[in-house]
Design a protein around this ligand. Structure first.
Ligand code: 5GP
Length: 120
């Protein structure tokens, strides 16, 4: 797999502070912010601060500290966003997964009853 990272992607610009975001949570290794086009009452994106293009890239190459920091951000979002009734976490990956932004991000969707995982 080619995991070449494009430093001009939109989430890299958010991490550099070039583009504003609505931050929900931040730690040393991850940033969580509201999706600009929410698809549920709660729609937060959790991203690592490191240059990882996809979930599999992050899982393969991120350090243990980065992976723990990322998952701690997921925990913080799930606690702060009022999704005790449940939520869905989605990592769209590359072409078949319809990934638009080539910086690993986990969508956290909830705050309402969600439909089937995939359209029938
Ligand atoms: P993907 O299709 O790559 O899994 O999801 C990319 C997500 O990023 C989409 O849900 C889209 O609405 C969101 N997005 C794209 N550009 C921006 C932006 O500039 N700011 C924020 N907050 N979200 C963005």
């Amino acid at each position: 797999m080619d995991y070449t990272y494009d430093p001009e992607n939109i989430f890299a610009k958010i991490l550099r502070g070039d583009i504003p975001n609505q931050t929900v949570f931040e730690n040393d290794h991850a940033l969580a912010f509201r999706d600009i086009a929410p698809q549920a009452a709660v729609h937060v994106l959790v991203i690592p601060k490191g240059p990882y293009v996809s979930l599999d890239h992050f899982a393969r190459d991120a350090s243990a500290d980065e992976q723990v920091g990322f998952m701690q951000a997921v925990a913080a979002v799930s606690e702060s966003e009022g999704v005790d009734a449940g939520f869905r976490a989605i990592a769209n990956t590359r072409s078949h997964g319809v990934q638009e932004v080539p910086h690993f991000h986990l969508h956290i969707l909830g705050g309402q009853q969600l439909g089937p995982m995939l359209p029938k």
